[in-house]
Design a protein around this ligand. Structure first.
Ligand code: ADP
Ligand code: ZN
Length: 620
């Protein structure tokens, strides 16, 4: 924690904050730094909040908005997020509204009227809307409790979510210098942080940095062989019936993958920018509102998706950076329950991403940054060590002991072997063939295959021909990937992805550099996890006592009904964890029900009797 606000736990604010947390949100206690942040903002301070997805950022501005005079203005880039947050707040009895392009003129006028009348606690506004002269005039006349700038990393031009309209938000500090500003993001790298502070006028304000660890997410990165089959196996063996997100790079692949899953009996829907807007919105709604839908999407999908019970995020293509990987996988398990982040990747992914960078129109400095980010991600994919330690290390956090016990490498440590000789064979093969060929041809030469190309270039005459038949093709691919990850080899996209030696390769060829390679035992990692999931220890699914299962099913069916009637996502009615809590505690009285996390005053009033009746019916 970087803030050094004086702790004064008996202050009036603290007591009021806790009371609002209990009664409005139905939550027993603050999590991590929430309390300190809420106190700081409620007392009128500015700050930057860095917390991972699911860390509980919303309460950091929702509570001060309720505790301070006036209405909290929340700037948020995505309409779906605003809508669902407002639905959740209304359920909890908070006077919340949105101002965005989905409203008619009359609806917007009504919201404006309520703001001026002091009738709103929280107002969610799209950034482009906020910056209109009309809206600025309106805000100038209203009583404003605070400005919360959500997804604040969107101001960063170097980041992966840059939104030009966010740049204009710097005027909030100039125009409303006395209103507290709280910027929130789940993207933690130093450069982004500095940009947010500079652009949103937060110099001198404290940064609250929470741990970025997501202990309930299990990280797993497998070698890509037959990606669709691997994905189907992963879902049906480990996440049957669960909601999940599958990321692909191209629209075509999104369509193909969704179709393949559907024909395998897995309810999957496509989502990409090329789909008709209506269909896209319908698919997103079904994913959010229904139980157990898999959405197959390009990265156009996800920011602002608040669904708490996404049980897995799968990548069929390599993201651009660790930031992007962490943000995308972070959409799993916001509710804190066991979830998976699974990725299948191969050499062609590195080559493809590298080509996208090289072919982009960005400035050289931008390309260099991008290449550095890609390299860090490839190193994560190839590491034999703990994935979580790598991830957190990238964000400047240390993991004690360096073994998390909840990633593939910690659960099934890969075998390492001395790879010096294999590396030398591969590098000298690339060198002797003129550094003009890709992986396929180099492997053909190494294993001594008489292909047309080998004959054409006379590569069967080289001393390296056939010197590598102690390894098979898959093993050689693994060697190449690791040499690329270690930086001894790189794919040159301007020369048909020819593999070229880097400066550091010299040391390897001279035998001065030790090389340890992870054993590529094709398929074994997946088979291992299959065997384990039968025993139940690699499949992180919640345990349900049989006695609870019937009640749980009844509660879910009831929730689905209510959600349909009220046209809100099921989790807005009750979170999974609240349903689990009721099923486990079986409350018999309103007071017992009040003690379940997630049940605030309004939910008790609206649903208390029905919920108690369901418990009673299940008990009889
Ligand atoms: P973020 O915006 O940081 O991704 P949210 O604000 O959506 O996270 O919160 C994530 C989840 O954690 C939500 O389901 C929320 O109800 C829950 N949560 C937040 N704060 C607390 C708390 N103090 N106690 C229990 N649950 C909490
Ligand atoms: Zn680990």
């Amino acid at each position: 924690m970087e803030a050094n606000t004086a702790l004064n736990s008996c202050s009036g604010t603290a007591r009021d904050a806790l009371s609002v947390l209990n009664h409005v949100f139905g939550l027993p206690a603050f999590r991590g730094a929430q309390e300190e942040i809420v106190r700081h903002v409620t007392d009128g301070g500015n700050c930057l909040v860095l917390m991972p997805t699911g860390g509980g950022k919303s309460l950091c501005y929702q509570l001060p908005s309720l505790l301070r005079e006036g209405c909290g203005i929340v700037v948020s880039p995505l309409i779906a997020l605003m809508r669902d947050q407002v639905a959740g707040l209304l359920e909890a009895g908070v006077n919340a509204a949105v101002l965005n392009s989905t409203l008619s003129f009359d609806e917007a006028s009504e919201v404006e009227r309520r703001l001026l009348a002091g009738d709103l606690d929280l107002l969610y506004v799209a950034p482009e809307r906020l910056l209109t002269p009309r809206c600025l005039t309106l805000l100038g006349q209203a009583n404003i409790a605070l400005f919360a700038i959500d997804e604040a990393h969107c101001v960063s031009q170097w980041g992966h979510d840059f939104r030009p309209e966010y740049i204009g938000l710097s005027m909030i500090a100039e125009r409303f210098p006395d209103v507290p500003r709280i910027a929130l993001t789940a993207t933690a790298d130093e450069m982004t942080r500095k940009e947010i502070i500079a652009r949103l006028g937060l110099a001198g304000a404290p940064s609250f940095v929470a741990s970025f660890d997501r202990p309930n997410i299990r990280y797993e990165i497998v070698e890509k062989q037959n990606a669709p089959a691997q994905l189907k196996a992963f879902i049906s063996e480990r996440h049957a019936g669960d909601a999940g997100i599958v990321y692909c790079l191209s629209r075509a692949k999104v369509e193909d993958t969704a179709a393949a899953l559907t024909s395998a009996g897995i309810p999957a829907l496509p989502y990409h920018a090329g789909l008709d807007a209506g269909l896209r919105a319908r698919n997103q709604d079904r994913f959010i509102n229904e139980d157990g839908v898999v959405i197959v999407a390009t990265i156009a999908f996800g920011m602002g998706i608040d669904k708490p019970d996404v049980r897995f995020v799968a990548h069929l293509d390599l993201p651009k950076s660790i930031e992007a990987y962490y943000q995308e996988t972070g959409r799993a398990g916001r509710d804190g329950k066991p979830s998976s982040a699974w990725m299948a990747y191969g050499l062609s992914d590195i080559v493809q991403q590298r080509r996208m960078i090289d072919e982009s129109t960005g400035a050289d400095a931008f390309k260099r940054v991008s290449i550095g980010k890609l390299d860090a991600l490839v190193a994560l994919a190839e590491t034999a060590g703990c994935r979580r330690s790598r991830l957190l290390g990238y964000f400047g956090e240390e993991v004690t002991g360096g073994n998390c016990g909840n990633c593939d490498n910690c659960l099934t440590p890969p075998q390492l072997r001395d790879g010096k000789v294999a590396a030398q064979k591969l590098l000298s093969c690339a060198y002797r063939t003129g550094q003009r060929f890709g992986a396929m041809h180099l492997i053909d030469v190494l294993v001594g295959r008489m292909t047309e190309k080998v004959t054409q270039f006379g590569h069967d005459k080289l001393t390296v021909f056939g010197i590598g038949n102690d390894l098979n093709e898959k093993q050689w691919r693994a060697v190449i990937r690791q040499l690329v990850a270690m930086g001894h080899l790189r794919a040159d996209s301007e020369a048909y992805n020819a593999l070229k030696l880097t400066e550091s390769a010299r040391g390897v060829l001279r035998g001065e550099t030790d090389i340890m390679l992870r054993e590529a035992a094709p398929g074994t990692r997946i088979r291992a996890s299959r065997a384990k999931s039968r025993r139940g220890d690699l499949a992180p699914r919640a345990e349900t006592k049989p006695a609870d299962a019937g009640l749980q099913a009844a509660l879910r069916a009831w929730r689905a009904d209510i959600a349909r009637q009220r046209s809100v996502p099921a989790y807005v009615v009750l979170h999974d964890s609240t349903i689990d809590g009721i099923a486990a505690a079986r409350p018999a009285t309103i007071n017992e029900l009040r003690n379940i996390p997630g049940i605030g005053d309004k939910k008790l009033e609206h649903y208390g009797d029905e919920l108690l009746a369901l418990v009673k019916a299940a008990d009889s």
